[in-house]
Design a protein around this ligand. Sequence first.
Ligand SMILES: NC(=O)c1ccc[n+]([C@@H]2O[C@H](COP(=O)([O-])OP(=O)(O)OC[C@H]3O[C@@H](n4cnc5c(N)ncnc54)[C@H](OP(=O)(O)O)[C@@H]3O)[C@@H](O)[C@H]2O)c1
Length: 356
Amino acid sequence: MHRALELAARGEGFVHPNPMVGAVLARRGNVIGEGWHERHGEAHAEVNALRSCDDAAGATLYVTLEPCCHHGKTPPCTREIIARGVTRVVIAIEDPNPLVAGRGIAELRAAGIAVEVGVGRAEALEQNRAFLKYIVTRRPWVTLKTAMTLDGKIATRAGESRWITGEEARRRVHEERARNMAVATGIGTVLADDPLLDARLPGARQPARVVIDSLARLPLDSRLARSAGRSPVWLVHAPIAPVPRLEALRAAGIACIACAGDGRRVEIADACRRLGEAGVASLLLEGGGELNYSFLAARQVDEVIAFIAPRVIGGAGAASPVGGAGVARLDDALELVDVTVGRAGADVMIRGKLKH
Ligand SMILES: NC(=O)c1ccc[n+]([C@@H]2O[C@H](COP(=O)([O-])OP(=O)(O)OC[C@H]3O[C@@H](n4cnc5c(N)ncnc54)[C@H](OP(=O)(O)O)[C@@H]3O)[C@@H](O)[C@H]2O)c1
């Protein structure tokens, strides 16, 4: 199963909104076949493993997710597993997809195959956390990424923020962008920094780029607008956004998504719902303090990645990763769990999940 999880990880960034899945076939202690789900819409892991060996009769199949039993973009995997004479299947986790949800396991058992579930469960749940949230809620797994100085600032008092962190931390951010289906920021950051929000790594899959911009102020000469032909740019706006602005942006190739308004601003929970409807299963949030606060206050953040640079810039008015009203009582603080601390060059990287 450990090997199957390793194989599954090779699909990261290429299979979403599908899950990453890996499979290993073994007989009498020898590995006789391997496969993983390589690209969205292409063959599933189990089928790739079965195709990698001539004779699977009597083998055990180790697979990181319950095999599917329905016709999607590919035929049901259960059928091929049964037809090839596999006698035992070991599964890490059930597939909560309502089209599967235990039926794949039942079908294998009905065909006389011994099925064991739960081997490597914790690792499999972690690996597919975005898929597992999305398939049940239809909302994206949101990772808030921020880069700050040791004194908790994301820009100088004059608004300069390039670059707070070093090269290695920035490379990791590009990796995160390629892992996620979309990257979002606020119009405040776009007006201040004119970012591209693309994944600048060789061979990387490019995420859709999302601007949360209530009044559709995104400049047509911004780098985002000018690059909309290369990879998608979506503007999430409030109902009061001026129609002529929306028309001009659409003409420039930008998709405009109307959301419920929270006062004059985009309502964040609705923005996440609409991004989910548009097929976004994972979202990297790279906002300034204002937008980050709204996402956190709306309980829409699942995970945080914070880079902390060993530099001090000071300034009482310089922005920090989370602005807004904040909380008055420490008891009301949002807490992270499953926290890991690592290094990215000279910078420290802290990662954790929001305790909801
Ligand atoms: N170091 C880092 O990791 C990092 C990352 C990003 C940004 N930054 C820095 O942060 C600064 C910009 O921060 P910022 O706070 O002004 O920009 P921001 O958080 O990126 O964008 C804020 C804007 O988003 C729009 N928005 C729409 N709906 C919202 C909602 N429900 N809640 C909050 N905002 C909503 C608002 O404008 P409308 O009301 O017009 O829609 C708001 O002014 C820049 O200096 C940038 O360099 C640093």
